[in-house]
Design a protein around this ligand. Structure first.
Ligand SMILES: Cc1cc2nc3c(=O)[nH]c(=O)nc-3n(C[C@H](O)[C@H](O)[C@H](O)COP(=O)(O)O)c2cc1C
Length: 173
């Protein structure tokens, strides 16, 4: 098994953090990986807020599912304007490329964290208004996803429950 295959098997959503903090250096490494993610027309329609401050973490986690209270850090993923090419292309093709880009960049964050031994969970379920209020993010911006990060005492990786491969692919030779 190569390194990438091992990494994707290792990544799983962590819902049992143990309160150990995440270092600034590791957060920088994770965000540098995300910076290199692909995006439609290289529009890079994202901004990240990395939160390690205890008070802010406490306040943020009160707007999410309770397991996040013990996370060591959060990366809040804000959608920014994409560039004109991606925006026009999306309109012509009836596609929301910027939201696709946000999904891709979040995968990069998650896998980069996993590669450093940092457990994490992608979150789409949170009170967006309260999160924006807490972090003084302008009301008109969208917080699309949040990544909670930290460490866990769980040693075992769960079996991945997924559709059977035959359900998700057709090969046309
Ligand atoms: C866009 C997105 C939003 C998600 N939102 C949440 C969430 O709010 N809370 C949560 O516990 N898990 C959330 N998850 C994690 C999924 O439930 C999880 O990835 C899926 O069940 C597969 O499990 P695994 O990540 O452990 O392999 C989200 C995942 C994605 C990709």
């Amino acid at each position: 098994m190569n390194y990438f295959q091992e990494l994707i098997l290792k990544r799983e959503s962590c819902r049992k953090f143990n309160e150990k903090p995440v270092s600034k250096k590791d957060l920088e490494t994770i965000i540098e990986a995300a910076r290199l993610a692909p995006s439609a027309c290289n529009g890079q329609p994202w901004h990240f807020i990395a939160v390690t401050n205890d008070e802010l973490k406490k306040s943020l986690s009160s707007h999410m599912q309770p397991f996040n209270a013990k996370a060591g850090a959060f990366i809040v993923i804000i959608q920014e304007k994409t560039n004109i090419t991606s925006s026009i292309g999306g309109k012509i093709k009836h596609q929301d490329y910027a939201q696709m880009d946000i999904g891709i960049v979040t995968s990069y964050l998650s896998l980069a964290a996993t590669s450093l031994g940092i457990s994490n969970c992608i979150l789409g379920w949170f009170d967006e208004s309260k999160v924006k209020e807490t972090l003084k993010i302008p009301k008109k911006k969208r917080v699309r996803l949040i990544l909670s990060l930290g460490y866990t005492d769980d040693k075992d990786v769960r079996t991945k429950l997924r559709k059977d491969i035959s359900e998700i692919v057709d090969y046309i030779d």
